[in-house]
Ligand binder design. Structure first.
Ligand code: NAD
Length: 416
């Protein structure tokens, strides 16, 4: 795992695309920095009556195409630069899938496993209270990310609605269905990774049902991607989480290993498998590799040893820019995060639309519309890649996305 600064990685990715864009350099500079970043010190009463202080952030990267949109992460490694990078990736993600939203991201530096549910509720409500002037269904719409889910979203919504004395389910997405959530939201990120991987194999003229697959990170994104890719007929041979990995060349049942993780807390020890390290998993000789944990999982050195033909990035920023260069040289097809994991924000957008319509869509409609969005974004990416002779799919995705943001900015004009 590399310690590359994710914000510098984002800026490098934008620079790589800028060389192929019909956009002035001063506008490109604008597309490399967040519009604003809020830094917070949250004081929360713990169950024993003592006070604890937590640092939190919200970065609003770009709002040229619509309200800021992006998740809230609870993790000890959250930092200002990480949140800034994640907010930028959100802006480009919303643009590549062409939904009318900008990019934002939030985070709190915390290991949530060390706190009770009541403490986490007080923390989430404190965070929502501080963010209230900045967020809203037309301003900035948070969502879940690592270590947050429906529970935290429901607390956030309730806090906002109570303080505003209104009902505004569209202030946040990723809620429970009973709180105004959408069918299909929980599975959406893994589902888009599956669609992206399927399209990539199709592009290469290969059938994904013959593929062997390794998945790093077996949480929401990774475990669902594994299950849906398995449903296409592919064979999942290795999966891992922060405790380690398991391998079975004959195939691991993606659902059963998830049940094992739910029961024991980890994928390790799953019956009939061999143990392997995360590094061994990332360099396994498989057809498809799905990094679904955190940033910087693969650096340039590790990239030299990657054996997969296709990488579908379920995680945000799992490859460093240097790793990208190595994999481009080695002809490994990387479907970038801003497309492969865009299902989460796309169905968040559908949730927001349903909240505004005060009308619910069926799961079938959600999944069908998601498939249309991801496959047409993939086609736009391939068009740019081929027509402009771009070096790789990531640069193609940034070229399409950055042009869309720059066009929106040009139409609006600069003011004041
Ligand atoms: P999660 O907390 O549900 O799962 C993360 C998993 O990664 C856990 O199983 C954890 O044990 C594992 N992990 C952590 N460090 C690891 C390491 N060093 N090696 C192997 N495994 C490790 O989180 P998630 O929501 O699935 O998010 C995972 C990634 O997907 C993040 O990069 C996130 O930003 C991205 N993502 C998530 C969504 C979403 O809707 N959940 C949407 C877009 C992008």
């Amino acid at each position: 795992m590399s310690d590359a600064n994710p914000f510098e990685s984002l800026q490098e990715q934008v620079d790589d695309a800028a060389a192929y864009l019909d956009v002035e350099s001063d506008v490109i500079e604008r597309l490399k920095h967040p519009e604003r970043v809020l830094e917070l010190n949250l004081t929360v009463e713990l169950d024993d009556g003592s006070l604890a202080r937590f640092k939190g952030f919200r970065s609003q990267f770009n709002g040229d195409r619509g309200p800021y949109k992006g998740g809230i992460r609870y993790h000890p490694n959250v930092s200002r630069d990480e949140v800034k990078a994640l907010s930028g990736w959100m802006a480009y993600k919303c643009a590549i899938v062409d939904i009318p939203l900008g990019g934002g991201k939030g985070g709190i530096i915390i290991d949530p496993t060390e706190y009770s549910e009541a403490e986490l509720e007080r923390l989430t409500r404190a965070y929502a209270t501080e963010l209230r002037p900045l967020v809203g269904p037309d301003r900035d719409i948070p969502a879940p990310d690592v270590n947050t889910g429906q529970r935290e979203m429901n607390w956030f919504k309730d806090t906002y609605e109570t303080l505003e004395r209104t009902t505004a389910p569209g202030v946040i997405t990723g809620k429970a269905i009973a709180s105004g959530g959408s069918e299909g939201r929980v599975e959406a990120t893994g589902r888009s990774t599956m669609f992206a991987a399927r399209e990539a194999f199709d592009y290469l003229g290969q059938d994904i049902s013959d593929a062997t697959v390794a998945v790093q990170g077996y949480g929401n994104a990774g475990s669902i991607a594994a299950r849906l890719i398995e449903d296409l007929g592919a064979t999942v041979v290795a999966v891992s989480d922060s405790s380690g990995g398991v391998y079975d060349p004959d195939g691991i049942d993606a659902r059963a290993v998830k049940s094992h993780k739910n029961e024991t807390g980890s994928v390790t020890g799953y019956e009939g498998t061999e143990e392997l390290t995360n590094e061994e998993l990332l360099t396994l000789d498989v057809d498809l590799l799905v990094p679904a944990a955190l940033e910087n999982a693969i650096d340039a050195d590790l990239a030299e040893d990657v054996e997969a033909d296709v990488i579908a990035e379920a995680a945000n920023g799992p490859l460093t820019p240097d790793a990208d260069d190595v994999l481009t040289d080695r002809d490994v097809l990387v479907v970038p995060d801003i497309l492969a994991n865009a299902g989460g924000v796309t169905v968040s957008y559908f949730e927001w639309v349903q909240n505004r319509q005060r009308f619910s869509w069926s799961e079938e409609r959600v999944n069908d519309e998601l498939e249309t969005v991801i496959t047409s974004a993939f086609d736009d990416l391939v068009d740019a890649y081929e027509s402009k002779g771009l070096p790789n799919f990531r640069t193609a995705a940034y070229v399409v996305a950055a042009q869309r943001i720059a066009d929106a900015y040009a139409e609006s004009g600069n003011w004041p």
